[in-house]
Ligand binder design. Structure first.
Ligand SMILES: [Fe+2]
Ligand SMILES: [Fe+2]
Length: 195
């Protein structure tokens, strides 16, 4: 991996993220590296994706909305919704600003919030690392953390279901990529259990 790229990303996040978000980002990178080693995936790619994943999480909603319009993202989904737009904007910046052209890294950044159907190993690693880094705390996290180091697919499914249930409890609809992800992992795991 090009160290200049990594240095540029680190400089950017140090200048643009709040202390707590920066800590979370490095927490995600740490777990992502551990999971990559365990599952035989590229540590370098995981590190880059983790460092990028939340780089737009601390921008103002006005700035995010401007970028959503500039890059013609679906406004009905991403306007006034930093929770969803920050992943798509980070993917665009990773490509345009930092010159990352590896599709797997870009997808891992882009789908880190929702997950999706047919996730790659790197996508799963970033998604799960984001959900279980050591600074996070919510009911059920210990079980998901443990599962992450035993079965990555099951950990993804647990996290996706956790997110869906949380959103439903808040009266917010769950993104269709997450719902398709739940369906995907359910099928995948049932098939494996049955076969
Ligand atoms: Fe995020
Ligand atoms: Fe995150």
């Amino acid at each position: 991996m090009d160290y200049t790229v990594k240095n540029n990303i680190e400089k950017y996040i140090r200048e643009n993220l709040k202390e707590s978000r920066l800590k979370h980002t490095y927490g995600v990178a740490k777990i992502a590296v551990e999971l990559s080693e365990l599952y035989g995936s590229s540590v370098e790619k995981a590190e880059i994706a983790a460092l990028c994943h939340d780089m737009f999480k601390n921008i103002s909603i006005e700035a995010a909305n401007e970028l959503v319009k500039k890059y013609e993202l679906n406004e009905s989904v991403y306007l006034d919704n930093l929770n969803l737009s920050h992943s798509k904007l980070a993917e665009i910046a990773a490509r345009e600003r930092f010159g990352i052209d590896d599709r797997d890294i870009l997808n891992a950044i882009s789908y880190h919030t929702t997950g999706r159907f047919g996730m790659s190993t790197l996508e799963k690693i970033i998604f799960v690392a984001d959900g279980i880094e050591y600074g996070r705390n919510y009911p059920g996290i210990d079980e998901i953390r443990k599962k992450a180091f035993e079965n990555l697919d099951e950990a993804c499914l647990m996290l996706l279901e956790h997110t869906r249930d949380y959103l439903v409890s808040q009266g917010v609809s769950c993104h269709e990529d997450s719902l398709k992800g739940i369906e995907y992992f359910n099928k995948l795991l049932n098939r494996r259990n049955n076969g």
